[in-house]
Write a protein of this length. Structure first.
Length: 452
């Protein structure tokens, strides 16, 4: 039996994703955008940042923020009939069913990745129940907004029992608005947890960056928005694991290199795209709000809103443009490297003849960059007793044969197998010839003996 050992396949051909420039900032078609520097508290660049827009599913940033604050992520919520009411066939859904017992952590992924309106409502109802338990009316404990359940009772003019039995989603919208006020959002009013269209459900690009800035303080939130995908575990209504597989719809998360340069090729000094949330309805258009980090260590919240339907296909490039120009403006105001490595240093998907990334693209803001990154000005070590040889590219140490094997693994394997077969046949033939010779010699000796 012959065994063929093929060399490891290495793609070195110049095929794949070419570099693509972002559009100039003036060519971005949208209702508004805002780049807010969380580190300094100032807007870096903007267009109509205070104009009223419909947030669509970017609403869920606030829903996620309050859910992480009020709920135990390991606890389970039973999906109610009321949580699924009013969700038509056009709603984006996680896919949970009435009576389904779902972990809060799973609902949070269902909220932020497939943008499930069902998950948003289930979480909203769970938050109100938790709020009444943690901050009971008449008690001394209050939430971050300085209120307890008595605030909802007074605001809604209803009893706690009736609010909890029939009006939980209304109560959750009140909590959302209260938090928006606390954060300084002057142009925001929510009426639901998921972002379904309503004339009284609105915000601004600037307010969305403030909400994102607050949410980014929670590491679980950053984990959720940075997740490229999620596979859901079994429940009492979905009996098998992996009953649904979802992917993040923020495509800049997969290709942050798109925002590494401006339209004229200037380095944007963008170090990381942590993640974000998309939102789309026919009334709102398309929008995204994301969290990024600059090379100078500043944390930038970026929101782009109201991209018209005719330009939906260009959404990621518009976001990349605003991100690039916003990060460049931030860098120019404070050109000090505190985070080493930018998105331009990372190898993008299918990049032709690109080297492996030098830096880790998944940055944790606040970490000491020295723990994870190689600084650009690291001094060359002084040679000791033994000279340290400089690194030489592997290809330069290869012979012509080595290069041929690397570039043609299948052909090399076939040739190797044929050569091995020839060697085996030669050995077998050599053994047989030697046997014939020895047999002939023995016969000759016997014949010679008889003659004598």
């Amino acid at each position: 039996m012959l065994f063929f050992v093929f060399p490891a396949r290495t793609v070195i051909a110049d095929v794949g994703q070419p570099d693509i420039p972002v559009p100039a900032l003036g060519d971005v078609h949208c209702a508004s955008y805002c780049v807010y520097d969380k580190t300094t508290g100032y807007i870096v660049i903007s267009m109509n940042p205070d104009d009223r827009i419909y947030p669509a599913s970017m609403t869920k940033i606030m829903t996620c923020l309050l859910s992480l604050e009020l709920l135990d992520t390991s606890a389970k919520i039973t999906v109610s009939k009321s949580a699924l009411e009013g969700l038509d066939a056009d709603s984006s859904l996680m896919g949970v069913l009435e009576g389904e017992k779902v972990k809060v952590s799973e609902l949070l992924y269902g909220l932020m990745l497939p943008s499930g309106n069902d998950a948003a409502n289930a979480l909203g109802e769970g938050c109100v129940e938790a709020f009444f338990q943690k901050y009971p009316a008449g008690g001394s404990t209050v939430n971050l907004d300085g209120v307890n359940a008595q605030y909802l009772i007074d605001k809604m003019g209803d009893t706690a029992e009736h609010i909890l039995s029939s009006r939980k989603l209304e109560a959750f919208a009140i909590l959302m608005n209260l938090r928006a006020d606390t954060l300084g959002c002057k142009g925001t009013h929510f009426v639901n947890a998921c972002g379904l269209p309503d004339d009284n459900h609105y915000t601004t690009a600037y307010d969305l960056t403030l909400i994102m800035a607050a949410a980014s303080e929670n590491e679980d939130f950053n984990t959720l928005i940075s997740a490229p995908s999620h596979v859901f575990i079994a429940t009492n209504r979905h009996k098998s694991d992996a009953w649904s597989y979802v992917k993040n719809s923020n495509y800049l998360l997969y290709d942050p290199w798109l925002a590494s340069k401006t339209a004229n090729g200037t380095d944007s000094h963008l170090s990381a795209v942590i993640g974000g949330k998309t939102g789309t309805t026919s009334q709102a258009g398309k929008g995204l709000t994301i969290y990024t980090v600059n090379e100078n260590g500043h944390e930038l919240m970026i929101s782009i809103c109201g991209i018209p339907q005719d330009y939906y296909f260009y959404t990621t490039m518009y976001l990349a443009s605003v991100t690039a120009y916003g990060n460049l403006a931030c860098w120019e105001a404070d050109p000090v490297t505190r985070v080493y490595g930018t998105t331009g240093d990372y190898r993008w998907v299918n990049a032709p003849s690109a080297e492996q990334p030098q830096y880790d693209p998944l940055l944790n803001p606040g970490d000491d960059p020295g723990e994870y990154y190689v600084t650009k000005d690291t001094p060359t070590p002084t040679p000791g007793a033994e000279d340290v040889q400089p690194d030489v590219p592997e290809e330069e140490n290869m012979t012509t044969l080595d290069l041929f094997i690397r570039q043609n693994p299948v052909v090399s394997g076939v040739i190797g197998g044929i050569m091995l077969l020839i060697i085996i046949l030669n050995i077998v033939l050599w053994v047989r010839i030697n046997r014939i010779k020895r047999s002939a010699e023995r016969r000759a000796k016997r014949i010679q003996g008889k003659k004598n």
